[in-house]
Design a protein around this ligand. Structure first.
Ligand code: NI
Length: 210
């Protein structure tokens, strides 16, 4: 006895419907697992900004993250040839430090170059000194700079110019860290002075208490 074409079609439809339901449920479950993973990843991402580095200070001495631990600190990655972002941000931080006066004494501010090819120790010394006597300039081998930027989740990229020269694209935020090296906050480029001041003041105060 052969099956009627009608019964066969019904079976195919029923099977197809069941398969569709299974696929639908699987996609749903996968989405929630994925969403959970993404949220966990984002949370970890903030917690993991920062890490050890081995660079050279504007005095020509070895400088590692340990030289910052124990005091709240601000790190800014840029380059001395930067036409606007870097000078604007460093000037703002210097102004806030001046305004806070003695209160900002425990704070360390370091400028890390993303252009080690041009930013020599001597150049960095003149550059950071132009903003504030206590600012620290850091450079190193291209590999050491690459490692530091990776640890701090900083982006940078060399951009060739038409005249044969080059400039650098780079993350424009200043990063604020607690005395233990944990990430505290960030100051965006073009953030208002009052807001930058409030963040730096909070950083210093939080670390006074601990
Ligand atoms: Ni810059």
């Amino acid at each position: 006895m052969t099956k009627s074409p009608k019964r066969s079609t019904e079976r195919t439809l029923r099977f197809g419907l069941a398969a569709a339901i299974i696929v639908f449920l699987a996609v749903g479950v996968a989405f929630f697992v994925w969403k959970d993973d993404v949220q966990r990843w984002v949370a970890n991402d903030v917690a993991e900004i920062g890490g050890p580095f081995e660079l050279v200070s504007h005095e020509g001495e070895a400088f590692t993250r340990d030289d910052l631990i124990g005091q709240p600190h601000i790190l800014y990655f840029g380059f001395t040839f930067c036409p606007d972002l870097c000078p604007t941000t460093l000037f703002q931080i210097a102004s806030v430090v001046e305004t806070l006066g003695k209160k900002a004494a425990p704070l360390k501010v370091a400028f890390i170059t993303v252009d080690p090819e041009r930013d020599t120790v001597a150049l960095l010394k003149d550059y950071v000194g132009a903003f504030h006597d206590d600012f620290i300039g850091l450079t190193g081998s291209p590999e050491a700079i690459a490692e530091a930027t990776k640890a701090y989740r900083v982006f940078y990229r060399k951009v060739e110019l038409e005249d044969g020269d080059y400039t650098m694209d780079h993350t424009a935020s200043a990063l604020l860290f607690n005395a233990d090296g944990s990430y505290a906050d960030a100051i965006a480029y073009d953030e208002e002075n009052a807001s930058a001041e409030a963040k730096i003041e909070r950083l210093v105060e939080t670390n006074e208490r601990s």
